[in-house]
Design a protein around this ligand. Structure first.
Ligand code: NDP
Ligand code: 2IT
Length: 446
């Protein structure tokens, strides 16, 4: 079996030599899916996984814009249309200085499996730009978004490709891009998700990724007869996903000890409560400041510049910032300190070495493509509401989100149970694969 996997990965690497994040995501899937394919005759001789690692289409484009000093800036924009076997391309846009083809291809590849797991009809895509929104004025962000959409609009559409937010893209950016799309096409359609409530958005979409990751962890804890009540939680990030993961943990009676950003983490031993979280939301979403300002208002908390929060003792850890933020050493530290449940809010936050530690120690470990699927799931519900020209209530959307997270958990159990344990990584990869691969086979050589 190792030989089959190595040969496959060698061939993928030959074509994608300089794309480490993409190779990491493909390797993780290949190691669980290829052994499954070997046992399933319908996939033999179809080269099906090799087809799935090749994007259907990649668009790269120039994004010129004018800054507040009147200088002309240029960034690189992308949209990876990875797979449309089960629905139109769907996935977020990331604006961050680190964005490159490798990172977006890894995200698009993960998205294909994740979207299949949601039970909704969405293919996978991802896009973005190497634009750094930090320190930019509203006017600069708007001009960038307008220029970005001036090219992207010709590639997307409500039945073709429906982008949404990701790192650096929230409600403000979606608004600017939606406005520009509407001017260019003279059409009011659900071409983006994460829209404002008064112009086609869905209730619970801002909350959905964070809430969903907590609901998924609840399902995992349930398999051991446990709950969030009274548990300590270490969270990374302080953006959209982390904020609402924290909110749901607090609602369920857990104690949230940390939050972070790219400058470091803050540790509040008394727990971040609802009022403190409201201040975090003000700091990050309105004032657009660094997380360490938290300690100015709450001096019993400490700030740890340039560090990650994984050294803080906890029961549950939820990485909600970015890829590869938990390495093998961090995983060992978490486990040694008593952490036994990891639910990924971010995409691919754990390195392969970290994941190996989680499996070795029988940690309840949910890979992002299962546990953070709540965001895109509610994006799918936003699309459904747009098609109906109708809005569901908060309670209705939240209930559907909870049902979907439970379904995803069940898919992981169905495909990932082994020796009385649940391997969520294997379960998520195989369940996602089966849905997309079967659709591709039915559609011929696509
Ligand atoms: P935001 O931009 O709202 O927040 C990102 C947070 O992560 C910020 O606190 C940011 O800090 C921190 N961060 C980003 N990059 C780094 C880095 N290189 N090192 C350290 N910290 C970093 O993004 P989201 O909350 O939307 O996204 C967080 C993660 O969740 C990403 O992996 C994303 O792909 C994933 N995700 C998002 C979904 C969504 O619906 N938004 C859905 C599913 C997954 P700083 O402000 O300093 O940059
Ligand atoms: O990684 C993700 O799932 C997202 N950034 C959300 C995608 C979406 O289309 O809502």
């Amino acid at each position: 079996m190792d030989q089959v996997i190595n040969n496959f990965l060698e061939e993928v690497k030959r074509r994608n030599a300089h794309e480490p994040e993409f190779m990491q995501a493909v390797t993780e899937v290949a190691q669980t899916v290829l052994p499954y394919i070997v046992t399933q005759e319908i996939y033999h001789g179809k080269n099906i996984l090799m087809r799935m690692v090749e994007p259907e289409r990649v668009v790269m484009f120039r994004v010129p814009w004018i800054d507040d000093q009147g200088e002309i800036q240029v960034n690189r924009g992308y949209r990876i249309e990875m797979n449309s076997a089960i629905g139109p391309y769907k996935g977020g846009l990331r604006f961050h200085e680190s964005v490159n083809l490798s990172i977006l291809k890894f995200l698009a590849f993960e998205q294909v499996f994740k979207n299949a797991l949601t039970t909704l009809p969405m293919g996978g895509g991802k896009g973005g730009a190497d634009f750094n929104p930090k320190g930019k004025s509203d006017g600069e962000v708007m001009r960038f978004c307008q220029s970005f959409m001036t090219e992207l609009f010709r590639h997307i559409g409500p039945n073709r490709d429906i982008p949404a937010g990701d790192i650096g893209v929230g409600g403000r950016e979606i608004g600017y891009m939606f406005g520009q799309y509407k001017r260019l096409k003279n059409e009011f359609t659900g071409v983006l998700t994460g829209k404002g409530i008064s112009w086609g958005g869905s209730l619970i979409r801002p909350e959905a990724t964070g809430y969903g990751a907590v609901y998924f962890a609840q399902n995992m804890l349930g398999t051991r007869g446990e709950s969030f009540d009274g548990k300590s939680v270490v969270l990374s990030g302080s953006g959209n996903v982390a904020q609402y993961a924290a909110e749901k943990c607090i609602q369920l009676g857990a104690k949230v000890l940390t939050l972070s950003d790219s400058s470091g983490f803050i540790h509040d031993p008394e727990g971040i409560d609802t009022e403190k979280l409201a201040h975090v939301m003000y700091l990050k979403n309105v004032a657009r400041k660094r997380i360490d300002e938290y300690v100015q208002k709450y001096p019993k908390a400490s700030s740890h510049k340039g560090q990650k929060p994984w050294g803080i003792r906890c029961n549950i850890a939820m990485p909600c910032a970015t890829q590869n933020e938990i390495d093998g050493q961090d995983a060992q530290t978490l486990i040694a300190n008593g952490c036994y449940c990891i639910s990924e809010g971010a995409n691919m936050p754990a390195t392969p070495e970290a994941i190996a530690q989680f499996h070795h120690h029988d940690i309840l470990y949910a890979p992002g493509k299962a546990s953070n699927a709540g965001g895109v799931a509610v994006s799918g519900l936003e699309m459904a509401q747009n098609s109906l020209r109708y809005n569901w209530t908060r309670e209705e959307v939240d209930q559907r989100l909870q049902d979907i997270m439970q379904d995803i958990h069940q898919s992981c159990v169905t495909y990932g149970s082994e020796k009385g344990k649940i391997n969520y990584e294997k379960g998520a990869n195989i369940a996602g694969f089966v849905k997309v691969a079967d659709a591709m086979l039915a559609q011929g050589v696509v």
